[in-house]
Design a protein around this ligand. Structure first.
Ligand code: SF4
Length: 292
C-alpha cells in the first residue's frame, strides 16, 4: 500500500508568519500572550505553550496591562487595538496581510455604503474570529450571511456591497451573488458590488486537492473541527472520493478504512502542520502492518 502526502498541503503563509512571530518573541523573552488559538491545531498550540505562549480570550485580554500580546492571522476588530492603547499593551500584529487588506477594503466600502445608502454584506460565518474583525470595520453594522436562508436578512430596497470571508467556498460565493442580483435586477436605482475576497491560498487548492483526492483509494484529511477552510477542503475531497475521512489526531484512524486499499492520500487544512501529516502517514503504515 502506498501512502502519499499531498504536496500542496501544509501551512499557508499567513499561519507560517504568525508562528514565526511567536517563536521569535518566545526565544527572546520566554513569555507571550496570544489572543485566541494561534493555529487550529492542538499539538502545535501545545508545542508553543511549552515555549511560554499563553492563550487568552478577549475578557482576559481586557484585564491585562503592560504586556506583549500577539494578534494571530485571523486579525482583530478596531476595539482590540483601542484596548491595547488604553492598557499599555504592546501588540505583535501577525494578522495575515490578506486579512488586513480585506479589513481595509471593508472599512472603505462601509464609508462608501453610508454615502450611497447601501448595505455591507459579508459572506462568512457569524462568530468566526476573522468575521468578528471584519464586522468591526463597519461598527458591527454588516449583515453576515452564511447559508442561502440568511439572505432574508438583506434589505432588497437598498444596494448591496458584498465581501467574502477569506476561507469561504468560491461556488458558495458565486451562488449568493446570483441570488442577490436576481432579487434586485428590476430595481434600476440599485446596484450590487460583489467583491470576491476569498484567499487564493484556499481557492487555488480546490482543483489541486480535488485531483489528488480523486486518484487515491482512500483520502485522509487532517484538520481541527474549528478550521473553516478545513471543512471546505474536506467537502471537496468527499465530493470526488466517498472514501474520504477526516481526523484530528492519529488516534482517530480506523483500520477498517484501509481494507482493499492500494493507495492512501493524506491532506490537510491551511493550519495543519506537515509533521502531523507525517505522523499520520507512519500510523497508517503501522495499522496496515497489523492487519496484513
Ligand atoms: S488562508 Fe489565506 S487569508 Fe487565511 S491566513 Fe492563510 S494566507 Fe492568510
Amino acid at each position: 500500500m502506498k501512502v502519499i502526502i499531498d504536496p500542496n498541503s501544509g501551512y499557508c503563509f499567513g499561519v507560517v508568519y504568525a508562528i514565526l512571530a511567536a517563536e521569535e518573541e518566545l526565544e527572546k523573552t520566554g513569555e507571550l500572550y496570544c489572543l485566541g488559538d494561534i493555529v487550529h491545531n492542538n499539538r502545535e498550540v501545545e508545542r508553543l505553550k511549552g515555549k511560554g505562549l499563553k492563550i487568552i480570550n478577549h475578557d482576559e485580554f481586557a484585564l491585562l496591562k503592560n504586556v506583549k500580546v500577539l494578534i494571530r492571522a485571523h486579525g482583530e476588530p478596531p476595539t482590540t487595538y483601542k484596548t491595547a492603547v488604553e492598557n499599555n499593551i504592546e501588540l505583535i500584529d501577525a494578522s495575515c496581510p490578506v486579512v488586513l487588506r480585506l479589513q481595509n477594503k471593508i472599512k472603505t466600502g462601509y464609508e462608501d455604503a453610508l454615502k450611497k445608502n447601501a448595505q455591507i454584506v459579508i459572506y462568512g460565518k457569524k462568530g468566526h474570529a476573522e468575521v468578528i474583525g471584519l464586522e468591526g470595520q463597519t461598527n458591527n453594522n454588516a449583515i453576515i450571511i452564511n447559508e442561502k436562508d440568511d439572505i432574508r436578512k438583506i434589505d432588497f430596497e437598498k444596494s448591496v456591497i458584498l465581501f467574502s470571508q477569506t476561507t469561504q467556498s468560491k461556488d458558495g460565493f458565486d451562488e449568493i451573488v446570483k441570488i442577490i442580483k436576481e432579487k434586485i435586477k428590476n430595481k434600476n436605482n440599485l446596484f450590487v458590488e460583489a467583491n470576491d475576497t476569498i484567499c487564493r491560498q484556499v481557492s487555488n487548492r480546490e482543483p489541486q486537492i480535488s485531483h489528488f483526492a480523486a486518484v487515491q483509494d482512500v483520502l485522509i484529511f487532517v484538520r481541527r473541527k474549528k478550521s473553516s477552510n478545513g471543512l471546505y477542503l474536506f467537502n471537496v475531497c468527499k465530493s470526488v472520493n466517498n472514501r474520504s475521512y477526516f481526523i484530528s489526531t492519529v488516534e482517530d484512524l480506523k483500520k477498517e478504512w484501509f481494507e482493499n486499499c492500494q493507495s492512501v492520500g493524506i491532506s490537510g487544512a491551511t493550519s495543519t502542520p506537515m509533521w502531523l501529516m507525517k505522523d499520520v502517514s507512519d500510523a497508517i503504515l503501522k495499522l496496515k502492518l497489523l492487519t496484513d
